[in-house]
Every structure is written in structure tokens, then in C-alpha cells.
Design a protein around this ligand. Structure first.
Ligand code: ZN
Length: 474
């Protein structure tokens, strides 16, 4: 039975890939309103960074927060909401609860560095360490696959999501006597499989229910077959030539994944075990320690992910000696796009060396140092953030084979597990990818309706999908 006073209003407050925040307001037939958010991420795209300062919701009105995973573009603004009056419970998986502290501490560190950096306009940090501690104290860790109640009318289940360690696909079940329940599925960022851990299939009862899916579309215009696997040959060929190799990595999972990959290359005799391998970056070293502690959860062949002849870079002296010595080496360094961490020191140095490969194992955003290095031709001059100029003499390559986002065909495969999709709401992707994925989903899934979430466009969702859509006027 439907009741027109029973619905949930959903709107995305992010326009594209980062700054993930979905605001939801449940209306129960007894007139009670319950407000919640899914994720509260930081905007990392240069063109949207001013949105970090803007609070488009009243945090004191939010009853609870659900967190899909601990990438900074999904959790980075949580302490800002707490600072501004959010007092509700924060639900995230037990593993995410272990991973969230280093993510937020790093965000705070970046704010403080930004404040010190005289090149950038002064902006007040979004939160301080007290807000951070308060946020951590509000977390309710959740066991995967177990239903729990958030409110007498709201039940929730976190399913393991292969996107990254600790990530969840969240099912929210809003029920009311004598009404068909409203079932929402938030995919968060989604990947089909993970190198470190396994996941279970979603339960049949859910797959055969009426659902509204809120789905990411970061790679919504890419097919799996289009992704070229070039990492192995690129690294091995440079190593055989005696080049020094620099691999800028994200601290969380990417660094550990590249370590495992190098170990596999060593084991298959494609990479000489005598070449020393280093990892530099405080956050990456911290996460590597957490991965080591949690390795009992991993596939057997991924538990020992440290390559041979491996060292952490733990001092400035060690860093400088790595830059001065002429022996060949493989150096993993944060940040993944080159703009932060020791990569800011290493990349300009190695970019000017002939016998060197800089291999980006993932996405680099427009305007990042990584993008400048990739786009420049050999011999081109590159201007760094501090205004210094360097000449590119090294080889620079990029691969997207380690991406932790599903491609269009894998997103469709996910959707086609469900037999009664009442509405499919596409969010979290570059605009072109969102549009491309919408057409594909309309053709290849059984979804009754497929829509793109735009900032401030509200979708009123009932048990059988969209009741109406309207723009918020305020
Ligand atoms: Zn993510």
C-alpha cells in the first residue's frame, strides 16, 4: 500500500567527483521528519574548492550520518559538520573506524600547511583537532552484513564493498505499518573486486525487492576492455635499462597494492630482487602499518605484500641520499598526483634526469603536477606551484589499471543483479561520464527510471521510485 505522506527527499550537494555529500530527509506518515546524510567529503577539484567553506545544510538538524568509506572526498568534512552543531551518530564499518583517524588527521595537516603557505589566499581551517576528536567519539562502528536499527522506523545493513578496505554498500530500509517499505541502496564508490579481500553476494531477498539505487559513475563512460594494462612492462623495461623509477602513490591502498604488484614481479623473476624499493610518505607508512595489522582478513597470497629489499624512508637524510645516489632504485612516494608530501621534492628532481621513469599508477586531476608532467613533451619547460621552472627530461607514463572504480559494464552488471529497480539515481562522476552512463543504464538495465542527480535537484522517492522531482528554492 502506498501513502503519499511517506517519502524521502534525496539531493546531492556535490556536482562531480569529489566533495561527496548526499542529504536525505525522511517524511513518515505521522508527520515526523528524520534527516540524515550519506558521506561528508572534501572537495579536491581546484574549481570546486571554494565549496568546502560553504555549509548548505544545517548540521544541527541532521539526525545521523552514514559513511560509505574513508577516502577523504567522502569523510573530509565530517569534523566541520560537528564543529557547526552536528550531534548525531556517525555510522561506518568497524574497519572504516580503524582507517578514519589517519585520513582526518592528514586533512587537518593539509589545512595547516595551506594556512602557512603564503602563495595561497588565507582561508580559515575548516576544523581543528578538538573538532576531530569530537567527531571520532561520535562514531558507531557497524559489523558488515548485520541489520541494525537507527530509529524505530529505519533499519540499515552495511555490505562489504570491494572499492577499498572498510568500504560499504549501504542498504537503508525505511518502514511504516501497513506501507510498503522504502528501500535505498547507496553504492558509495564501487569496484567489482578487490585484490586484498573477498566479499559476499548481496542477499536474494534484497535483489528481488523494490529498490532505489543511488549509484556512482566515476568511470561511467569507460569499458573494462578499454583499460590497458601497461604497468608491468613499463616498470620491467625501465628497470632492465637501469633507470631509477619513481611511482607517485595514494597513501591508502594504492601504495600497498603497488607494493604487492612489485613483489609479484619479483617472484615471477621479471623484476630483479636486488633493486632496492622504498616507500616515502608519513600517511602511506601509517596505512601500510594498518594493512599489516589487518592482513588476517586478506586473501592468502595478498597477506605478505612487502616486496623484497624494501625500506621505509624515515628521515630527511635518507630522502636526500636517495636523491643524490646514482644506484638504480624504485621509489614509491605520496602524494599520488604529486601535489603533496615528499613527491613535491622528488618529482621536480627526477623529472630533470634522463635515466628515470616517473610512472603514475592512477588518476591525476587537471592542474596537478602529475598532469603537467604527463602532458609535457620531452624538453618542455614546466612551471611548478612555487613558480620555479624545470625542464622535463625523464619518461613519464600513466596507467588506470589500478583504479578502484567500476567501469560502465561493471556498473551495469551490478544493477542487473536487481530485478525491481524503481529508480536509478546517478551521482559522483564527471558530467560527461554521468550522461554516458545514463543512456547505457536506460538501455541495458530494467530500471523503471534513470536520472542524473544535479546539485539542489530534489528527488522525492517513495516505495516505488520517484514521486516527483523539484529544485530547492532558497
Ligand atoms: Zn573512494
Amino acid at each position: 500500500m502506498t501513502n503519499q505522506n511517506f517519502f524521502v527527499d534525496i539531493k546531492a550537494l556535490h556536482p562531480e567527483v569529489t566533495g561527496s555529500l548526499i542529504s536525505c530527509s525522511v517524511r513518515l506518515p505521522n508527520q515526523q521528519n528524520i534527516k540524515f546524510i550519506v558521506d561528508a567529503g572534501l572537495f579536491q577539484e581546484e574549481q570546486y574548492s571554494s565549496l568546502n567553506q560553504a555549509l548548505e545544510i544545517n548540521p544541527s538538524e541532521i539526525d545521523f550520518a552514514l559513511i560509505t568509506h574513508t577516502h577523504i572526498d567522502h569523510v573530509g568534512r565530517l569534523p566541520m559538520l560537528v564543529k557547526n552543531g552536528f550531534k548525531g551518530n556517525i555510522y561506518m564499518s568497524e574497519v572504516a573506524d580503524i582507517l578514519v583517524r589517519p585520513a582526518l588527521e592528514n586533512t587537518l595537516q593539509i589545512f595547516n600547511q595551506d594556512t602557512l603557505n603564503s602563495q595561497k589566499p588565507k582561508v580559515a581551517p575548516l576544523f581543528d583537532s578538538e573538532d576531530l576528536e569530537n567527531t571520532l567519539s561520535m562514531i558507531h562502528p557497524v559489523k558488515f552484513y548485520e541489520t541494525f536499527s537507527i530509529h524505530k522506523n529505519i533499519r540499515c545493513v552495511f555490505y562489504k564493498n570491494p572499492h577499498i578496505l572498510g568500504a560499504a554498500i549501504i542498504e537503508l530500509n525505511i518502514h511504516y505499518p501497513k506501507c510498503e517499505p522504502i528501500r535505498l541502496i547507496f553504492t558509495g564508490d564501487y569496484s567489482k573486486k578487490n585484490t586484498f579481500f573477498t566479499t559476499r553476494k548481496l542477499p536474494k531477498s534484497l535483489l528481488n525487492s523494490n529498490v532505489t539505487i543511488i549509484q556512482e559513475s566515476t568511470y561511467g563512460s569507460t569499458q573494462t576492455l578499454e583499460v590497458e594494462k601497461t604497468f608491468d612492462s613499463s616498470i620491467c623495461s625501465a628497470a632492465n635499462k637501469g633507470y631509477s623509477i619513481v611511482i607517485p602513490v595514494f597513501a591508502f591502498e594504492r601504495a600497498q597494492l603497488v607494493m604487492l604488484k612489485l613483489k609479484e614481479l619479483q617472484n615471477s623473476m621479471l623484476l630483479d630482487k636486488k633493486i632496492p624499493i622504498y616507500l616515502d610518505g608519513e600517511l602511506a607508512i601509517k596505512y601500510t602499518g594498518i594493512y599489516q595489522k589487518l592482513k588476517f582478513m586478506f586473501y592468502k597470497n595478498a597477506r605478505e605484500f612487502f616486496p623484497e629489499n624494501f625500506k621505509f624512508v624515515t628521515s630527511q637524510e635518507m630522502r636526500l641520499s636517495l636523491m643524490n645516489m646514482h644506484e638504480k632504485k624504485i621509489l614509491l612516494t605520496t602524494s599520488g598526483m604529486g601535489g603533496w608530501g615528499p613527491a613535491k621534492l622528488y618529482l621536480p628532481y627526477f623529472a630533470q634526469k634522463k635515466n628515470c621513469l616517473i610512472q603514475f599508477p592512477g588518476y591525476v586531476s587537471e592542474c596537478s603536477l602529475g598532469k603537467k608532467l604527463i602532458d609535457a613533451k620531452l624538453g618542455d619547460e614546466i612551471t611548478l606551484c612555487d613558480g620555479k621552472k624545470i625542464t622535463k627530461k625523464c619518461i613519464v607514463k600513466q596507467t588506470s589499471e589500478f583504479s578502484s572504480h567500476a567501469k560502465a559494464d561493471e556498473l551495469i552488471e551490478f544493477d542487473n543483479n536487481f530485478s525491481k529497480i524503481q529508480a536509478l539515481l546517478i551521482n559522483h562522476g564527471p558530467k560527461a561520464a554521468q550522461a554516458s552512463f545514463k543512456s547505457k543504464a536506460e538501455e541495458e538495465t530494467n530500471a523503471k527510471s534513470v536520472s542524473i542527480m544535479e546539485r539542489n535537484l530534489i528527488f522525492r522517492i517513495g516505495p516505488y521510485g520517484i514521486v516527483k522531482t523539484f529544485f530547492q528554492t532558497n
